[in-house]
Write a protein that binds this ligand. Structure first.
Ligand SMILES: [Zn+2]
Length: 228
């Protein structure tokens, strides 16, 4: 009954989505095969700050949003990324789980902070967060548009170019919303630097596959990196 207190999500290695086009439908289909009996939620991610509740989604619908929260830990929440930051969240004191897709645009709109605040509004006080593999500051060279949007807190300046640490921005938002740093796990792996494990839009271009991060149900059965 209280298994959600220790439940972990998974940041899947590319094995799970290899050969798929990365669309919500194809990923949902693969997850349905791998996790039979669970209700799978995928989003039509639009680089916004919209967060939906699983309970409000009609069966089969794919809402336009970049975050999803459920009060039923049997639900499987899925985020697709190819350099953006996947963030998985769970509460230890309430059956509340969440998954967020956070690229620079979503981060600039505070989507990770908003997800934590939504969970807190549901009564969650002890929240665990896993910030998954994304493009790292090693590879994420940005221009003034991204710098203007995100600020310079995680800026690294090398060889006359600017690099941003997106995971660091997500971490800052999580802690700024009141989550204890000791409950935040950051998977410090760069999607672009690790072609064997992860897809990368910067590296592979528009045809890149999608990495998937999942939480809820029996998602811990999938191959990949266990969320903290
Ligand atoms: Zn890198």
């Amino acid at each position: 009954m209280y298994y959600y207190r220790t439940m972990r999500g998974i940041h899947c290695t590319r094995d799970v989505s290899e050969g798929l086009d990365g669309s919500p439908a194809s990923i949902a289909g693969r997850l349905t095969d791998l996790l039979p009996g669970s209700r799978i939620y995928c989003l039509n991610q639009v680089h916004g700050d919209g967060i939906v509740f699983a309970e409000d989604i009609s069966p089969g619908a794919v809402p336009e949003a970049d975050g999803i929260i459920s009060c039923n830990p049997e639900d499987v929440l899925c985020i697709r990324t190819a350099d953006c930051v996947p963030v998985l969240l769970r509460s230890e004191d309430m059956p509340v789980i969440a998954a967020v897709h956070a690229g620079w645009r979503g981060l600039a709109m505070g989507i990770v902070k908003k997800a934590v605040e939504r969970m807190q509004a549901l009564g969650a006080t002890v929240i665990h967060v896993s910030i998954g593999p994304s493009i790292g500051a090693c590879c994420y060279e940005v221009g003034s548009d991204v710098l203007d949007a995100l600020g310079r807190e995680t800026l690294q300046y090398r060889n006359h170019a600017c690099y941003i640490d997106l995971q660091g921005v997500a971490l800052s938002q999580v802690c700024g919303a009141g989550v204890d740093r000791r409950r935040v796990h950051v998977v410090r792996l760069c999607t672009s630097c690790n072609p064997g494990e992860f897809f990368s839009y910067r590296r592979d271009g528009a045809a890149a596959g999608r990495n998937i991060s999942v939480i809820g149900g029996k998602s811990w059965l999938l191959p990949g990196l266990q969320a903290g």
